[in-house]
Design a binder for this molecule. Structure first.
Ligand code: NI
Length: 226
């Protein structure tokens, strides 16, 4: 499932990230690339142990924990602290697959990457190119959304960032270990949850909402690892 979360960060929170990121040193992104992706990765990143990365990471994680759409779509168990990257003219990240296990440097231990997330920190008109292309069984999806928007997609997908041909693209990215490992099951739980909320909104007195909520939680009991 590819899910768009508009306004994951407010305009003020985006501005705060941009101000902090403008003042720090960036390093070659290949520092964190695996063997295979090393040759296709051309971007800049912030050191993962940089205090600014840690501070902005907490801001982002705090905002997402309060976001019902994010929680419903990702069913997060653990989140890898966000990493920040920057693509200038000529930079890109060719087709690759993200590693399955990450070690978080914040004491959370090892995390299985079930869901990948990219948070856009630039407006689409600030740069040309730089689309995130995600492959799934339905083909290739091109994602280039406004600042503050987040995309969630299965970490099992091959993906790439197309070359930037004008301006600069800045984003945060991170991974989530979900309480529900299988994408298809997460998708069904998400659809069920969204429709329960719709029913509660449109027909608040309808008794089926209680039964469907019980079904949701019983499925979670079957499928969730906590
Ligand atoms: Ni990637």
């Amino acid at each position: 499932m590819l899910l768009q979360i508009p306004g994951a960060l407010s305009a003020e929170q985006v501005a705060q990230c941009r101000r902090s990121l403008a003042e720090i040193d960036w390093i070659d992104g290949r520092a964190t690339a695996g063997h295979l992706s090393m040759s296709v990765k051309h971007n800049d990143q912030i050191r993962e142990d940089h205090p600014v990365a840690a501070r902005l990471g907490r801001l982002i994680q705090g905002a997402l924990e309060q976001n019902p759409l994010f929680v419903s779509g990702a069913l997060p168990a653990k989140i890898v602290p966000p990493i920040f990257n920057r693509y200038s003219v000529g930079q890109s990240y060719g087709p690759h697959i993200d590693g399955s296990i990450r070690s978080a440097n914040d004491g959370a231990g090892r995390i299985r990457t079930d869901v990948s997330a990219t948070l856009f920190l630039c407006e689409p008109d600030e740069y040309d190119g730089g689309e995130l292309l995600i492959e799934d069984t339905y083909g290739s999806h091109s994602v280039k959304w406004p600042a503050g928007h987040l995309v969630l997609y299965p970490a099992s997908s091959v993906h790439q960032v197309r070359p930037v041909t004008r301006g600069t693209r800045i984003a945060a990215f991170f991974w989530i270990q979900s309480m529900v490992r299988e994408d298809a099951r997460r998708r069904m739980l998400f659809d069920l949850d969204q429709n329960i909320q719709r029913l509660r909104r449109d027909v608040p007195e309808h008794g089926a909402a209680l039964e469907l909520t019980a079904l949701y939680h019983n499925l979670m009991r079957e499928w969730a690892e906590v």
